[in-house]
Design a protein around this ligand. Sequence first.
Ligand code: MG
Length: 161
Amino acid sequence: MIRIGQGYDIHRLVADRPLVLGGVLIPYDRGLLGHSDADVLTHAIMDALLGALALGDIGHYFPPSDPQWHNANSILMLQAVQQMVHKQSWQIVNIDSSIIAEQPKLKPHILAMRASLSTALNLPVERVSVKARTNEGLDAVGRGEAIATHAVVLLAPLTDL
Ligand code: MG
């Protein structure tokens, strides 16, 4: 048996916020608005992991109403979700993800994001894919008002691999 999960997230880009993607601080004059650190890439991966086991969504476990998650490091939240996956006797085979952002240019940061997620999840970096693209100038993402992400994960029983 294997399981597959998909996740999506979008956060608004605003002034006076850090831009954190996959646990990496990206130099930019704006950042993502959110209750936690608004790491939109890590959030999509968390949602994909939860989805693979039909465990609901990230809002259920990390509600914006809970002050515990105010400016929280999303990597710690991701590790908590991975613990839930392990508790149910599943493990991550691989992750693929896409970041959709008009600005800043993310290509120079792809490897750092993959390494950060790989370290956080104790997975070989070859099993963690991060891709980046623009929205061709279309819609709110294309106007640079937001960054969106998609993620897919594959799970296998903990005993395999
Ligand atoms: Mg989010």
